[in-house]
Design a protein around this ligand. Structure first.
Ligand SMILES: [Zn+2]
Length: 255
C-alpha cells in the first residue's frame, strides 16, 4: 500500500508530487495515477486507485536470469522467408540486406515465463533496439509474441490481430502511398491488441477495443506516464502514443 495523503484538503496532488519513485507498488507493479482523475475528484480517485483493492499493474515480476540476445546479419533462412513478402528487392527503395539486422531476443510472456522472439530492424537502430528489449525484460513488461511479419504473409492487419510485435515490413502507411518507417526497419510495434491504434471513431486491431480505456492499465499496456515510455524517451524512440492526428500506442520509431 502506498502512503498517499487523502482528504479534501490535499492541494495539487498529482503525478509530479508523488514522484516517480512512488509509482512502483511493493511488487514493482506500476501504479497509474491519471492526473485528471486526481485533480477532478480527490477522494473518489484515491479510493479507487489505492483502496484495499490491488494496485493497477502493467508489469510482471522480472525474470531472475539476465537478458540474452543475438544480433547479426539476416540469416539465409530468414531471408528466404522474407523475400517477396516483407522484403521487396525489386523496389529500389527497399533496404538492402546489409542495411538490415536480425535480432533474437528474450522477452517476458504474459504468464510470467520466458519467451524468445525474432525481429528485423535497420542496422542503424539495431543496438538501440537490443537495449530497448533488455530494458523491457528488466521491467517485467510482457510481450505476447515476436515473430517476423512474414509469418502473417506480411499483412499488418493479420499480424496486429494476432497481437504480434514486429518491426521491418516494406509497406506503405495504411491508406496512403507513403512508405512507413517499418519499410526502412526504423519502427517497432509492441503488443498491438493491448496498445491499439486509435481515433475517436476507429480502433485497430478491433480486439484492441477492450483496451480503449487507457486509464485501466493492464499487463502489456504502454501508457504515459509510465516506465515503458520513460525507456522510449531515454533511448530516443519517438512514441506513437504522443501523436495528435491518431494515437498509435504500439508504435515506436527512430526517424
Ligand atoms: Zn507501427
Amino acid at each position: 500500500m502506498m502512503a498517499v495523503a487523502t482528504g479534501p484538503n490535499v492541494p495539487d496532488l498529482s503525478i509530479d508530487t508523488l514522484g516517480s519513485g512512488d509509482l512502483y507498488g511493493p511488487d514493482r507493479s506500476f501504479v497509474m495515477v491519471p492526473r485528471g482523475d486526481i485533480l477532478g475528484s480527490h477522494d473518489v480517485a484515491i479510493e479507487q486507485r489505492f483502496g484495499d483493492s490491488p494496485v493497477v499493474t502493467a508489469l510482471l515480476p522480472p525474470p531472475k536470469r539476465s537478458f540474452a540476445c543475438e544480433l547479426g546479419a539476416v540469416p539465409p533462412a530468414a531471408r528466404a522467408r522474407m523475400e517477396g513478402c516483407s522484403w521487396r528487392g525489386d523496389d529500389p527503395r527497399c533496404p538492402r540486406w546489409d542495411a538490415l539486422a536480425y535480432l533474437r531476443v528474450d522477452h517476458v510472456t504474459f504468464d510470467g515465463a520466458i519467451g524468445e522472439g525474432e525481429l528485423v530492424v535497420a542496422t542503424a537502430i539495431a543496438a538501440r533496439s537490443v537495449e530497448l528489449f533488455r530494458r523491457l525484460w528488466q521491467l517485467g513488461f510482457p510481450i505476447r509474441q515476436l515473430r517476423l511479419v512474414d509469418d502473417y504473409g506480411a499483412s499488418d492487419d493479420a499480424s496486429m490481430q494476432a497481437d504480434n510485435s514486429s518491426a521491418f515490413n516494406f509497406r506503405t502507411i495504411a491508406g496512403s502511398q507513403t512508405l512507413s518507417h517499418h519499410a526502412l526497419g526504423r519502427a517497432i510495434d509492441l503488443n498491438p491488441v493491448e496498445n491499439p491504434w486509435r481515433k475517436p471513431n476507429r480502433i485497430e486491431p478491433p480486439a484492441g477495443a477492450a483496451f480503449a480505456d487507457r486509464r485501466d492499465v493492464r499487463p502489456g499496456m504502454i501508457v504515459r506516464s509510465g516506465p515503458v515510455v520513460v525507456t522510449f524517451d531515454e533511448l530516443g524512440f519517438e512514441w506513437g502514443g504522443d501523436w495528435l492526428h491518431a494515437f498509435d500506442d504500439h508504435h515506436v520509431m527512430i526517424r
